[in-house]
Ligand binder design. Structure first.
Ligand SMILES: Cc1cc2nc3c(=O)[nH]c(=O)nc-3n(C[C@H](O)[C@H](O)[C@H](O)COP(=O)(O)O)c2cc1C
Ligand SMILES: Nc1ncnc2c1ncn2[C@@H]1O[C@H](COP(=O)(O)OP(=O)(O)OP(=O)(O)O)[C@@H](O)[C@H]1O
Length: 144
């Protein structure tokens, strides 16, 4: 049984998230998704939705076996508990594979780090970014 972990903010779900999680699931037999806490989302505007709602939506996706709230302080606590064989990063996530591999080795966790592919838009006007969805809402509602 190969256990895979994927992680992200997953605010306002869109087909890019589904693509990431479906790709991650192909790296093993069982996919666990970790949902970032608001306090750890520091590289972009904070999520609109609370962590529990984001977790429940991710858990409802077919590709995901279990979704978990991330740890508020030490992001390696859920990894130690889940003890995955593979961590699959999103295609554009800012994390460095070798930094994560180093942190895993320091903690004695035997786990590969891989990267998912990206999804190209399939439809005219398809939005594959939570930030772009928020921007569109603000633009359209701002016009009302
Ligand atoms: C291996 C790994 C484990 C993570 N675990 C957690 C966690 O337990 N809690 C948390 O708040 N963020 C965790 N994160 C961080 C966020 O998921 C991530 O850095 C970011 O804030 C969301 O990325 P996004 O740009 O894909 O939305 C983890 C990141 C990695 C790479
Ligand atoms: N178009 C896409 N194709 C594949 N994966 C995607 C795509 N968009 C997002 N993802 C992946 O989904 C995961 C979680 O994404 P995240 O929650 O950061 O959403 P986002 O929509 O990219 O955010 P934002 O637009 O606000 O930066 C990330 O690993 C990201 O790489």
């Amino acid at each position: 049984m190969t256990r895979v972990v994927a992680q992200g903010t997953f605010d306002l779900l869109h087909p890019g998230h589904v693509h990431y999680l479906e790709d991650a699931a192909t790296h093993g037999d069982e996919l666990h998704a970790i949902v970032a806490r608001r306090s750890n989302v520091t590289h972009k505007p904070e999520p609109i939705l609370c962590a529990e709602q984001r977790r429940d939506m991710v858990a409802a996706l077919d590709a995901v076996d279990e979704a978990h709230l991330g740890h508020p302080v030490d992001v390696f606590v859920p990894i130690e508990r889940l003890d995955p064989d593979v961590i699959v990063l999103g295609f554009d996530q800012h994390h460095d594979e070798s930094d994560i591999a180093g942190a895993l080795a320091e903690r004695g966790i035997d786990c590969r780090v891989e990267r998912a592919s990206g999804r190209e838009p399939r439809y005219d006007d398809e939005l594959l970014s939570s930030g772009d969805i928020v921007d569109r809402i603000l633009r359209r509602r701002g016009d009302d």
